[in-house]
Design a protein around this ligand. Sequence first.
Ligand code: DC
Length: 228
Amino acid sequence: MSNTGPARPPIAIDGPAVSGKSSVGRSLASHIGYRFLDTGLMYRAATWNAIKNDVDVNDLVAVAQAAERMDFAVSNGETGGNLIVVNGEDVTKHLHAPAVDDSVSSVASVGRVREIMVAEQRKLASGGAIVMVGRDIGTVVIPEAPLKIYLTATVQTRANRRHRDFIAEGTEIEFEDVIRSMAQRDLIDSSRENSPLRPADDARIVDTDDLTFDEVVNHLVELAKDVL
Ligand code: DC
């Protein structure tokens, strides 16, 4: 099958927390010479900004107002990952803190926050040649993308990966707390009213439980060849 749409069309990757979307998406982008955008970082930046400004993350109106006032920019760092600057400060290193993990699903469920982020994401996708990673990329942000991938893995596998990352970076946290937070996030992300996490009807489902990182990337590179 070959693509009849625009040259270098955007590619959508969705999936639950820690399904490997970001690292796999970044590697895919680098293999095919695309830009990369991890949209989860944008919702994390809105969450970090709310926490920093003492906004109650359960107060939907206050969260929306804080997101409206937030001046933010996304760019690509030297290693292909994203840098997020909020109100002039590079906040990237704060965005995976446990406090952000615990509140980001609530913030991401606010309709006005999603409108702001989706508008920005569509602008960034309009130039094509971008791998965009998130929860609603194939269903809402760029449903026209000719390749939509949905990465999955069990909650146990994903919590193991996340716990390993926390330990590697020196954050002490119990595995039980990681798996609880992840299951909670899965539930909120997939049951929320606004753009719930789900595969697009024409998404290619890739189960990563029994695949190595390289195997997943190679598989996606092969899928991408059909649309490049
Ligand atoms: O992928 P992640 O764990 O960094 O995402 C953080 C949160 O943001 C997660 O709870 C779901 C939400 N999110 C979203 O609702 N839509 C996106 N496109 C990306 C992330």
